[in-house]
Ligand binder design. Sequence first.
Ligand SMILES: C[S@@+](CC[C@H](N)C(=O)[O-])C[C@H]1O[C@@H](n2cnc3c(N)ncnc32)[C@H](O)[C@@H]1O
Length: 257
Amino acid sequence: MGGKRQLLKDLLCLVPRDIRHYHEPFLGGGALFFALRPSRAHLADSNAELIRTYTAVRDDVEGVIRALQQHRYQRDHYYETRATHPDQLSPNALAARMIYLNRCGYNGLYRVNRQGLFNVPFGRYHNPKICDADNLRRVSLALQGADLTAGDFAATLSAARRDHFVYLDPPYIPVSATASFVAYQQGGFGMDEQEQLARTFEALDQRGVRLMLSNSDVPWVRQRYADYRIHNAVARRPINSRHNGRGPIPELIVTNY
Ligand SMILES: C[S@@+](CC[C@H](N)C(=O)[O-])C[C@H]1O[C@@H](n2cnc3c(N)ncnc32)[C@H](O)[C@@H]1O
């Protein structure tokens, strides 16, 4: 994903040099966290299964690798694994299921239905690498100093203190009227949540927290964050989107420093 890598470059240029405590409340794939590898970090996401997966990788990576090696790239096995309820699994088996479905599901999408169950169809790949053990070990190492919490951004950010650094990468606002909201999660993330996030940004700013936020370049974001610094960033391609081929989405980065 060229767009995402370019955005990461832009983000890295804007990150303060002296981060002592890092927060990322919309963790997802955690691209910036893994690029920075800060020694103390508070990582969170409302997707509890994602957080349980990272926690298992942090605490018992060899166990996760063994569990992942039980999986294979095969349609029936994929649908059987998808049908297993994550709550019935051990922490390592849950993490292996999540990684496996992500590797073998259509387009690497993460999408759940109203019941919160993963519903992405089997993807077509040529011999996908299901278990990248070396990468998982690197991820585990990077996570050793990290607290991992499942929850809404407003709750998990209460731990942010003066001089801490927070990176906010919420689900982006669709650029065109035809683009529908990304169903990252049950309920999704609409304009009410974007507004709540802007208020949280203001409150943290008042507390002396250093903040960086990325979002799509739409008038609402420019107006709502007009009191802060707005940087133009390059476009990134919509990842977890059902509307492929829409082209790159222009992005901007907001900082309060
Ligand atoms: C754009 S992605 C983050 C991408 C990430 N920075 C990366 O590099 O891959 C948004 C993430 O926000 C999470 N999310 C959605 N609504 C949330 C909420 N209300 N509070 C916390 N996390 C939320 C989703 O589960 C998803 O993982």
